[in-house]
Design a protein around this ligand. Structure first.
Ligand SMILES: Nc1ncnc2c1ncn2[C@@H]1O[C@H](COP(=O)(O)OP(=O)(O)O)[C@@H](O)[C@H]1O
Ligand SMILES: CC(C)(COP(=O)(O)O)[C@@H](O)C(=O)NCCC(=O)O
Length: 442
């Protein structure tokens, strides 16, 4: 596998992408500037908790910052090939502290997303009583939609930030600062939280967005993109819509419709298993009869062309999900092994760990299983509840805060994960659906 050269934060930005400031009412676009990674947040994150408040099922939960008493009018956006993610802060009128909010829009609906940001900017202007506003932008769309952003957000300074730097910056923030954020997944214990740690290097990040980027991170200012694959979230989304007729990813939008399908599916109707070929386990090679020998291998049977209607959308969805996740899991293992890395963080909206109601256990299970199986338990697959917002959070943290303003929110009860009893497979759902707030024991 070719190893690409290290990208250092000090790398000179591509000046062909930059656009000069065009006057008072035009936004300024400022290209990525070199800045240290792993910024210690300028915000007070002491006592930070993951909140119960998500306005609807497709939202990622807020992070409550009870000790961030000063308002910071910060907005950051990460515009990817599939989704645009936004992170912003609001402070409370009546209660001490504030919240980090995490939103996402389909990149196709970039206009809606920019309308949302325009409202945030307007709000911030009123509260701050000042016109100056900076929006941090990362991801390919920060370049692709430069003109559109300029038109929709006149007078705003858009500071572009490097996507990979932001991913790591955001991930480091979640690992080091946010309790009950990082977890391992297993069928018996679907959300086993990791302790926050300052001892995080080296690690590998597998960011599963539209495509997959694999980064090796060895220190606060040291990382390189060691691999990637085009078989990622966009592949799943595209093939799902092509083969199942479902239109989107979510129950509230079309992607969950597709993923929900997969939950009732049986991939054995589509995939060819070892047992279908051998009639039993292939014990000599350690291959169980239930192992997928060939994804979609049952579709083309003995030279007979099958019609698409011969297969259920549910089964096709499950098979696709296994196919993409297994492939990423195996590539991740091989790359980690090649580089001697044992801690593997999986990020990107593909994982859907932090989705309020419909996080996807099958994906996490498949990735965890692959890493565990191939590494014989030597490596650890780690997930995050804000998996899709690593880049936007990293960009957000690069703000030099402009202070003062407010919005309102309410607190609710505290919650200790250890109190969950009963069927462990319910824990995941309980955590995501409960109207309680996770709070660190400290
Ligand atoms: N609501 C959703 N709509 C579309 N895709 C979703 C949704 N939730 C999860 N996904 C998956 O996440 C992928 C995008 O992940 P993301 O990290 O946002 O990547 P990108 O930065 O390339 O947009 C999609 O290709 C799809 O597989
Ligand atoms: C080009 C990208 C970095 C863009 O990031 P994304 O919007 O997919 O999150 C990513 O899609 C990618 O790394 N694709 C795989 C390219 C490859 O290594 O073959």
């Amino acid at each position: 596998m070719p190893v690409e050269p290290a990208i250092h934060p000090t790398a000179t930005p591509d000046s062909t992408q930059s656009e000069p400031s065009t006057g008072l009412l035009s936004p300024q676009f400022i290209d990525p500037i070199s800045s240290p990674l792993t910024l210690k947040p300028e915000m007070n994150v002491e006592g930070a908790t993951v909140s119960e408040l998500a306005s609807h099922a497709n939202d990622t939960r807020d992070i409550v910052l009870p000790n961030q008493t000063e308002h910071v009018s910060q907005i950051a956006i990460d515009i990817g090939g599939s989704l645009a993610k936004i992170v912003y802060f609001t402070s409370s009128n009546d209660i001490k502290g504030g919240r980090l909010h995490f939103k996402k829009f389909e990149t196709e609906k970039i206009d809606e997303c920019l309308d949302f940001i325009a409202e945030l900017v307007e709000d911030a202007k009123h509260i701050n009583n000042r016109n100056e506003q900076v929006v941090k932008a990362t991801g390919g769309g920060a370049y692709l939609f430069q003109d559109k952003i300029a038109k929709r957000l006149p007078g705003i300074t858009i500071q572009k930030e490097d996507e990979m730097e932001c991913l790591i910056n955001g991930l480091n923030f979640f690992i080091t600062e946010i309790p009950y954020e990082v977890f391992t997944y297993s069928e018996t214990n679907p959300m086993q939280f990791e302790e926050r740690t300052q001892d995080l290097y080296p690690y590998m990040l597998v960011n599963i967005g539209s495509g997959v980027s694999i980064l090796k991170v060895t220190g606060p200012d040291e990382f390189s993109r060691i691999s990637g694959t085009s078989l990622g979230g966009g592949t799943l989304w595209g093939l799902l819509s092509l083969l199942t007729g479902a239109q989107s990813f979510d129950a509230l939008g079309p992607f969950t419709e597709m993923l929900d399908l997969s939950q009732n599916g049986d991939n054995r109707n589509v995939d060819l298993l070892v047992g279908d070929i051998y009639g039993s386990d292939y014990s000599k090679l350690g291959l169980k009869s239930t192992r997928i020998a060939s994804s979609f291998g049952k579709v083309f049977k003995k030279g007979v062309r099958q019609s698409q209607d011969a297969f259920h959308a549910e089964d096709i969805s499950k098979s696709l999900l296994f196919m993409v996740s297994n492939n990423i899991g195996q590539i991740a293992y091989l790359v980690a092994q090649q580089h001697g890395l044992r801690r593997i963080y999986f990020g990107g909206c593909y994982i859907r760990a932090g989705n309020n109601l419909s996080g996807h256990p099958v994906t996490m299970n498949t990735l965890s299983y692959a890493i565990n199986f191939w590494s014989k338990g030597e490596m650890k697959a780690l997930f995050l509840r804000h998996e899709g917002h690593l880049g936007a959070t990293g960009a957000f943290l690069k703000h030099k805060p402009i202070r003062r303003a407010r919005h309102s929110f309410s607190y609710s009860e505290n919650f200790t994960p250890q109190i969950i009893t009963g069927n462990p497979s319910n824990v995941y759902g309980v955590l995501e659906q409960t109207k309680l707030e996770l709070r660190s024991k400290e």
